[in-house]
Write a new protein. Structure first.
Length: 385
């Protein structure tokens, strides 16, 4: 009766089962995995947010497959401090980056075609690709005083059915920004093999450097789809608004937008109130981003302070994002360690294999955890060494 594409193993993994049992016993746990900004103690201008959702034009229905112009203009303005003007006709709105990926996969791929995806990276890609009948081919990021794309393996991974390369900029969870030289090499690879670039920039605003990181939205050498949205940039995942910016050679870009139009027009999934509120939401993002980056820096400083007293553990270099990757002695599997940490110290953390790290000895901690909880969680974690 059911399709094979959702025939997944839905049983809880060992760590999830251990967490459920821990909570069922009434035991609290410090959660070092939190990713929901609305549940992390940040202050929002609730009155302004609710007022923006009450725009009178929300009572009218004006369907547009690319999204209302007022929202697309706001998205174009969002990029104005990074790149020259982006025409709003190059922007298409979606309810989430997950939906944006599905539109792009449908635009580029026939069933069984392939998309290259970085590893480590977040596991959502597996489900998105499977639903769209697309195969994922991982290419590695390797660590050497910072993260780098392994281009030797990437080139060997490409086949005749490869249709695109995903880059996460900065990567989640490694915090690696794609460098200008890496972009140049990606452009050459994609141009010579008729592949598109798909750039996930949901964490773009959260760089730790002094200067703003470049966006792929200005890439002109190959067909490029740049994704972002309100979920991370404004800390508003519940508002369900994201976007695709298409760039590249004009004939390819025009064809891509025409095909995306057909898909978007079939669903017309965007709602008017959120689109009309988007300019106000984007205008408020600086307050949220300031709070979040202040917390990231506080937690990073505390993490480094505690690690200095525990030489068997270290933190890998990160350039942006909300997560820290810890390197620990690989004396057991990361999952075994996480289960022991939960049982012995009531601390919940993600093992590296959740993100396709190639070897044991990695943990991933959220840096948006409230500072007092974060400090105590790391203190308890280091007791096991």
């Amino acid at each position: 009766m059911f399709a094979d594409r959702t025939k997944w193993n839905l049983a809880s993994n060992r760590l999830s089962a251990a967490l459920a049992a821990h909570r069922a016993r009434g035991q609290a746990a410090i959660d070092l995995t939190g990713s929901n900004p609305t549940d992390a103690g940040f202050v929002y201008d609730g009155e302004a947010i609710l007022e923006a959702l009450g725009h009178p034009d929300a009572l009218k229905y004006e369907p547009d497959p690319r999204g209302l112009q007022v929202a697309r203009r706001a998205v174009a303005q969002y990029y104005s401090h990074r790149v020259p003007e982006i025409p709003i006709d190059n922007i298409l709105l979606t309810t989430s980056t997950s939906e944006a990926y599905s539109f792009i996969f449908r635009t580029l791929c026939n069933p069984g075609d392939e998309i290259l995806v970085p590893a480590p990276s977040y596991p959502l890609f597996d489900f998105l690709a499977d639903i769209q009948d697309v195969r994922l081919l991982p290419y590695p990021l390797f660590y050497d005083h910072g993260w780098h794309i392994d281009f030797h393996v990437l080139k060997q991974t490409v086949t005749a059915r490869s249709r695109g390369v995903i880059v996460v900029h900065p990567n989640n969870p490694t915090g690696h920004f794609t460098k200008a030289r890496e972009l140049r090499e990606l452009n050459v690879i994609c141009a010579t093999r008729d592949m598109a670039l798909i750039a996930d920039e949901v964490f773009l605003d959260f760089g730790l450097g002094e200067s703003r990181s470049a966006t792929f939205a200005a890439n002109r050498d190959v067909l490029t789809f740049t994704l972002s949205g309100l979920s991370k940039s404004c800390g508003l995942p519940q508002m369900k608004m994201a976007w695709i910016v298409a760039s590249g050679p004009e004939p390819l870009k025009a064809e891509a937008m025409a095909r995306l139009d057909v898909i978007a027009d079939t669903y017309l999934s965007m709602n008017a109130p959120v689109q009309l509120a988007t300019p106000a939401f984007l205008q408020q993002r600086q307050s949220f981003q300031g709070q979040l980056m202040a917390r990231v820096r506080v937690n990073l400083a505390e993490l480094d302070r505690q690690l200095a007293a525990q030489p068997s553990c270290s933190r890998l270099v990160m350039e942006g994002g909300w997560y820290a990757v810890l390197r620990i002695p690989a004396t057991r599997s990361d999952e075994d360690f996480a289960i022991e940490l939960l049982a012995a110290q009531s601390v919940y953390i993600h093992p590296g294999h959740f993100y396709n790290f190639p070897a044991e000895g990695h943990l991933v901690a959220s840096l948006i955890t409230r500072p007092q909880e974060f400090a105590e969680g790391i203190r308890r974690l280091l007791r096991l060494f």
